[in-house]
Design a protein around this ligand. Structure first.
Ligand code: ADP
Ligand code: MG
Length: 678
């Protein structure tokens, strides 16, 4: 029989119908997937300790003789516990085996074995539960420990794996990584890799196998993402007159070095004749809008129209206002187009965009509606990119013929990860805040502090400053003790804050109402704004110096950071208070991180660690497949190499149609099939 990676697992020797179902639970349906069921870890039997030397609470390997034949006690139907004692001549340890009659009966009295497991000491007596067992005279080496499900043991999986590998070894199919790449990056063959990832005879062999498999997975990921995003394109929109310094010197502040760098990156992209595809990452308050304005200025002065898309009305309006200020006296025209723009006004703006009379359109997703046309759309900017799907972004750029694309994100993520998530986007980072920004002092307290906090806010309002109180969204029909923003607003405006001007802002209000409220907050006609996360993105009111976040446990780390970014924008010392009565580990950890740092990159990093990349991005929207062996956060060096290799492969063979790349192409499809995006 030959090895066919698509063969149903039930045909692998020792599997069969019943065990196949168990493997299915581990997401293993085929022989190929079985080979990629990688060990979770390895037991090194050469590193055994004496029973007395075992550390309580830790996993270790003990070499010992079975003292007596295990005896079983059925404690309830379907659960039998086998117990025995083992000794290394000096000390004794209890062994407890759950429900594994086969293992228990295989242990011979007087014979020496290796036992691997966690050592505990209930009532002062050393004990090891559910050990992995190996005869002491078995050949040395590392034993794989597999991810398991009830009914499968690591040894059982290992035996099945041996059979699959036996088949695989006889298989003549080629290595999917082309020879040349393997050579260049010093990678072992796939045959060697599969044998040694499962049954390495030493650590070095296992590491070599791992390296190759991680590389392969990341290479496929990179290739897949690049193909998803499309290759570099020529464009007719080229900047020939670089007028950025004209604009930069007109700014009311000195741009930061990072801003200057980012603008230069963009302009040189746009001078190249190829279409710009760039991600601008910058923490909240790092000044992305000014960068966008500088790039638009150059674009317009070189004859292009620009579109800037924001995720909310409020933000779009604020962008327009900032741009109008930046462009005063330059002759550049900009208009706002959102779903709440009155019909007549909309018609006028659309006509003016189509005729090429208006230079810049700022708006929400209304901008991507079918009947919005431009005459020479050369630059598309999306703000707070993480809120838009890949699809929406490309719908906007299809309104021009190959316009330049700049996406801005305030969720800073590690550069290496950004490389994958944003495929072939180039990246500029604003890693510096404008001078004079102060750290926002952050505290976490429970709800018994409410009255003290209200007094704290009043003190600020009395000095002419403003404050936010953020409430979590309450889903309809949700039964929780949470108060909605509306109820909270009523309570505070009638009681504690009756002598102050209090406003309410939430997502379900009509856009016009939202704008009015925001407008009044900007003008300090509203002193205290009770709101939901609608203020999360972009809103810029430098006079606001306090933010309370109610039920902070309901928010993710990055979201808390975004919210906090609404304060600390002015000269005043600002404070953010997280209020929560939740006692969970995650909540505690999040609060600790928030209180200890203001650095968005650190926070995003921690958020990723807490949630994992899948959750962090919502894998569906971003089309990130699940990785089996590589870790996007740990294997960054390998990621860089894989990216380099992917670029090389694609530049020689963009369609992956060469015979030597066939295997890779198949593998990419398999990897991305799970997310259905290629
Ligand atoms: P974000 O990156 O969060 O979108 P903004 O573009 O809203 O940040 O900028 C935040 C505030 O900082 C704005 O009021 C803006 O005018 C101001 N700003 C931007 N760049 C600088 C700078 N170099 N020096 C001082 N203030 C700046
Ligand atoms: Mg912004």
């Amino acid at each position: 029989m030959s090895f066919n990676p698509d063969m149903d697992i039930k045909y692998v020797k020792l599997v069969g119908e019943k065990r196949a179902k168990l493997f299915n639970r581990l997401d293993v349906y085929t022989a190929g997937q079985l080979l990629r069921l990688f060990p979770r870890t390895y037991i090194d039997f050469s590193a055994s300790v004496s029973i007395a030397g075992a550390k309580i609470g830790e996993y270790c390997c003990v070499k010992a003789v079975v003292d007596r034949t295990p005896t079983g006690v059925m404690i309830r139907k379907g659960m039998t516990i086998f117990k025995t004692a083992v000794t290394d001549g000096e000390s004794v340890m209890e062994l407890v085996i759950f429900n594994n009659k086969y293992l228990a009966e295989s242990l011979e009295q007087g014979r020496e074995y290796y036992f691997y497991g966690k050592v505990t000491a209930p009532m002062g007596r050393l004990q090891m539960d559910s050990p992995v067992v190996e005869k002491a005279d078995a050949p040395a080496g590392l034993r794989p420990v597999y991810p398991l499900t009830a009914g499968l043991t690591s040894r059982g999986v290992a035996n099945v794996m041996k059979n699959a590998l036996e088949l695989y070894k006889n298989n003549e199919s080629e290595d999917i990584i082309p020879e040349q790449i393997r050579h260049e990056y010093n990678l072992c063959s796939s045959r060697y890799a599969y044998i040694n990832i499962h049954f390495p005879s030493c650590r070095a062999d296992m590491l070599a196998a791992r390296k190759r498999l991680i590389f392969e997975e990341l290479l496929c990921l990179q290739l897949g993402m690049s193909r998803l995003r499309g290759a570099k394109e020529k464009t007719g929109f080229v900047i020939s007159r670089d007028v950025k310094s004209e604009f930069m010197s007109s700014l009311p502040f000195l741009p930061t070095a990072a801003q200057v760098r980012a603008v230069s990156d963009c302009i040189s992209d746009m001078m190249s004749g190829e279409r710009m595809n760039r991600l601008l990452q910058g923490d909240v308050g790092s000044g992305k809008t000014a960068v966008a304005a500088a790039v638009m200025y150059c674009a317009v002065k070189n004859g292009m129209q620009c579109a800037m898309m924001a995720p909310t009305e409020i933000l779009a309006r604020q962008h327009l206002e900032s741009l109008l200020k930046f462009f005063e006296g330059t002759g550049i025209t900009a208009e706002l187009l959102t779903s709440s723009t009155p019909a007549k006004e909309k018609r006028r703006i659309k006509a003016s965009l189509a005729a090429g009379e208006t230079d810049i359109a700022v708006g929400t997703h209304a901008l991507i509606q079918d009947d919005v046309e431009f005459s020479r759309l050369g630059l598309v900017i999306t703000d707070e990119q993480h809120r838009f799907g890949v699809g929406q972004r490309s719908a906007l750029s299809e309104k021009g013929s190959s316009p330049h694309v700049l996406v801005m994100s305030a969720t800073p993520i590690p550069r290496t990860l950004a490389m994958i998530v944003y495929g072939d986007l180039d990246i500029s980072v604003l890693d510096e805040l404008p001078p004079g920004r102060q750290k926002v002092d952050t505290y976490c307290v429970d709800s018994t502090y409410h009255q003290r906090l209200y007094a704290f806010i009043k003190k600020h309002l009395d000095r002419g400053l403003q404050a936010y109180i953020v409430c979590p969204l309450v889903a309809e029909g949700e039964e929780t003790p949470l108060t909605s923003a509306e109820e909270y607003y009523e309570k505070l405006s009638e009681n504690e804050f009756s002598s102050y001007s209090v406003g309410l802002l939430h997502g379900k209000m009509k856009p016009k109402m939202k704008d009015e409220v925001m407008e009044r907050f900007v003008k300090n006609e509203i002193q205290l704004l009770i709101c939901t996360t609608v203020v999360e993105v972009g809103v810029d009111v430098p006079n606001a110096a306090v933010m309370l976040i109610e039920n902070a446990e309901r928010f993710g780390l990055s979201q808390l950071h975004q919210l906090r970014g609404r304060v600390g924008r002015g000269k005043e010392k600002s404070t953010c208070v997280l209020i929560t009565d939740a006692k969970g580990e995650q909540t505690k950890k999040r609060a600790e991180i928030m209180c200890s740092t203001n650095d968005g990159f650190v926070i995003a990093d921690e958020d990723l660690k807490l949630r994992g990349p899948g959750d962090f991005f919502g894998s569906r929207q971003h089309g990130l497949p699940t990785l089996r062996i590589a870790d996007m956060l740990e294997d960054t060096e390998m990621l860089r190499k894989a990216k380099q290799a992917a670029e090389k492969i694609l530049s020689d063979d963009p369609q992956l149609s060469d015979r030597k790349n066939e295997g890779l192409k198949r593998e990419i499809r398999r990897l991305f099939d799970s997310v259905g995006s290629i």
